[in-house]
Design a protein around this ligand. Structure first.
Ligand SMILES: Nc1ncnc2c1ncn2[C@@H]1O[C@H](COP(=O)(O)OP(=O)(O)OC[C@H]2O[C@@H]([n+]3cccc(C(=O)O)c3)[C@H](O)[C@@H]2O)[C@@H](O)[C@H]1O
Ligand SMILES: Nc1ncnc2c1ncn2[C@@H]1O[C@H](COP(=O)(O)OP(=O)(O)OP(=O)(O)O)[C@@H](O)[C@H]1O
Ligand SMILES: NC(=O)CC[C@H](N)C(=O)O
Length: 554
């Protein structure tokens, strides 16, 4: 007789450290899976606590509470309903593992420890976990499941061991952070595991924002014939029901309608939305406040916030100085109107005059310079922080990756803030994302349909408006050139010579190199922001501040 199995995959959003709430969510999902006739509910890597737990997992009280929640969930499986796979810490013989637990019939039936511990990029698994032995399959109601924990399946060894020891289905639970175009790369890699083992493959990921990381869901099932049977949407919390049967030797998952892959700007936008939404909600802010200048960075940051939180939770402030153009005043007001967000105007002229008078005796006869420019930015920072304090809204900072790379932002000025959505988005991508958002409404957006900023905001030359007729391009190379050089230096760790060979001017490369190095101290003090690419400032790219390496090898 053909064997059948219904597996429910919980592409869920855990709240890091909120163990009781996570257990309650898993309980509710199991009830939903039971109502849908599922035999097994699978949850992502470290689902009881959220991944990555960082040093929190080293606290004995945390480990004990995770144990208690998992034990309670195990006891509940005595009800004859679906079995359950949860992820969490496992302390055994003085070793601390990142483990998966199979719960069924009222008890913990099996435990498996993560074997491959990622310790590069944003990952520090080796800092807090011990590596488990190469695992064998777990047996669930007579079926041998090849249970793997995220990094375990990124190399061939674990899945090969599992298939050699009789696994029938490869089942991977993940905390796999988003990077642009990673969803497709995961599928390509999973095809390799299917080809090597001849087994079907399940990839289940969490769907949440966790500080700088966004986990994009995008779970999928590949059959042994390498065809995609299931592809869940990215950036959506969802319970996926999969139906399996074993007509011959190999299990086959019934094909479902596949979610459409997202374009590059759509991926970036959705990642920013989920990152900001979870940061604001999970840290319990009523909303956000930001400076709206009429420029493109604050316009798109405001749009992401309105889409993530709802326009009523976004407060924008135009703070004109004597250098603010009429165009900027009109554009900022129009952005706010299109988004339906709160909009205030607070001129900073009086504060500028007060500082000028206060500082005049100390400055003596020194000519005005960048000091006065930065003061404007700092007055705006103080004003926004005052609003944040008074109303409880978090200040959203607006600097993009091109600015963060070059130090083109004022520390304790426009760098004030709690979180950033653009920190890992180069200016050239900002333009693309704005065009995309003006033509599309993202899935799950709470903001308006249609355009969110006037076309002029995208097409006009970027300016900080800190002195008359100032343009970014007076100080920085054109953004297409700057971003191409930064892409080489930051994303691909190229040398000066490599970039010269690509046709860039040596003197310009060296200038950008110096700006990048000098701004490291600013980046260390910058708020966290959503990781978008493979080399985000923060956990991903850790450079020394004090650094004498000039790049001049020859
Ligand atoms: N390694 C280090 N460790 C600790 N502190 C260090 C440091 N290097 C410099 N510093 C300190 O940093 C300070 C200089 O930094 P900071 O005050 O930020 O000023 P600075 O980097 O000199 O100037 C800010 C730049 O950002 C531009 N800007 C400002 C505002 C908005 C925008 C925009 O369009 O978005 C652009 C502005 O036009 C200017 O080019 C100095 O006080 C210096 O002592
Ligand atoms: N007149 C202003 N009113 C309100 N906020 C401002 C104003 N000028 C600057 N800001 C705030 O400071 C940030 C840095 O802005 P600035 O205009 O100096 O450079 P930018 O990188 O071109 O940003 P944007 O594209 O948003 O203008 C802005 O994104 C905004 O949040
Ligand atoms: N949690 C993990 O082990 C993640 C590592 C994996 N290589 C990924 O980026 O998806």
């Amino acid at each position: 007789m053909t064997k059948r199995l219904r597996i429910a995959l919980a592409q869920m959003n855990p709240h890091e450290g909120e163990l009781r709430a996570n257990a309650a969510k898993i309980r509710a999902l199991r009830a939903e899976a039971a109502a849908a006739g599922a035999d097994l509910l699978v949850t992502p890597e470290f689902s009881i606590a959220g991944y990555p737990p960082e040093d929190l997992v080293l606290k004995p009280a945390f480990q004990a509470m995770c144990d208690a929640e998992i034990a309670a969930l195990a006891a509940e499986t005595a009800d004859g309903g679906p079995g359950l796979i949860v992820g969490g810490p496992w302390l055994d013989g003085g070793k601390l593992y990142n483990a998966a637990f199979l719960l069924d019939g009222g008890k913990i039936v099996a435990r498996r420890a993560k074997h491959e511990l990622p310790n590069y990029g944003v990952f520090d698994d080796k800092r807090v976990f011990d590596a488990g032995p190469a695992p064998g399959p777990v047996v669930f109601r007579g079926i041998r499941l090849g249970l793997m924990i995220c990094e375990d399946w990124w190399f061939p060894a674990v899945s090969e061991t599992l298939s050699e020891s009789g696994a029938e289905i490869l089942l991977s639970i993940n905390g796999s952070p988003f990077e642009v175009e990673k969803a497709e790369a995961r599928i390509d890699l999973a095809v390799a595991r299917v080809v090597e083992t001849g087994l079907p493959f399940v990839f289940l990921n969490q769907n949440c924002g966790q500080d700088e990381l966004v986990f994009d869901g995008a779970s999928f099932v590949l059959n042994a014939d390498r065809k995609l049977a299931v592809r869940a949407p990215s950036f959506a919390e969802t319970l996926i029901l999969t139906d399996w049967e074993q007509p011959g030797d190999v299990w086959v998952c019934a094909a479902q309608e596949l979610a459409k892959p997202l374009s590059r700007p759509a991926q970036i936008y959705h990642a920013m939305m989920l990152g900001l939404r979870d940061y604001v909600e999970k840290n319990r802010f009523p909303g956000i406040v930001l400076g709206l200048s009429g420029g493109i960075d604050s316009a798109i940051s405001a749009a992401v916030a309105a889409d993530a939180l709802g326009p009523e939770r976004v407060r924008a402030v135009m703070m004109p100085s004597p250098y603010t153009s009429q165009e900027s005043l009109e554009d900022a007001a129009e952005c706010a109107r299109l988004l339906g967000i709160h909009y205030d105007t607070i001129p900073i002229g009086p504060a500028m005059a007060a500082y000028e008078a206060m500082l005049a005796p100390a400055f003596g006869n020194r000519a005005p310079d960048i000091t006065e420019e930065n003061l404007q930015s700092r007055i705006r920072g103080v004003t926004l922080m005052a609003l944040s304090n008074k109303f409880g809204n978090m200040l959203l900072t607006t600097g993009n990756k091109s600015e963060m790379s070059t130090g083109y932002a004022t520390i304790y000025g426009d760098m004030c803030g709690g979180y950033s959505v653009l920190k890992d988005v180069y200016k050239t991508d900002v333009f693309e994302v704005c065009r995309w958002r003006n033509a599309n409404t993202p899935a799950g957006a709470l903001g308006p349909d249609g355009a969110v900023m006037p076309e002029r905001v995208i097409t006009k030359p970027p300016s900080a408006e800190l002195k008359p007729d100032q343009k970014d391009q007076d100080t920085l190379p054109p953004y297409e050139v700057l971003d191409a050089i930064l892409n080489g230096l930051v994303e691909r760790e190229l040398s000066v010579d490599d970039l010269v060979a690509q046709g860039f001017e040596r003197a310009l490369i060296l200038r950008v190199w110096r700006m990048l190095d000098r701004a490291e101290y600013k980046r260390r003090q910058a708020p966290p922001g959503v990781k978008i690419g493979q080399r985000a400032f923060g956990r991903d790219r850790r450079y020394p501040i004090t650094n004498g390496f000039t790049g001049l090898i020859s």
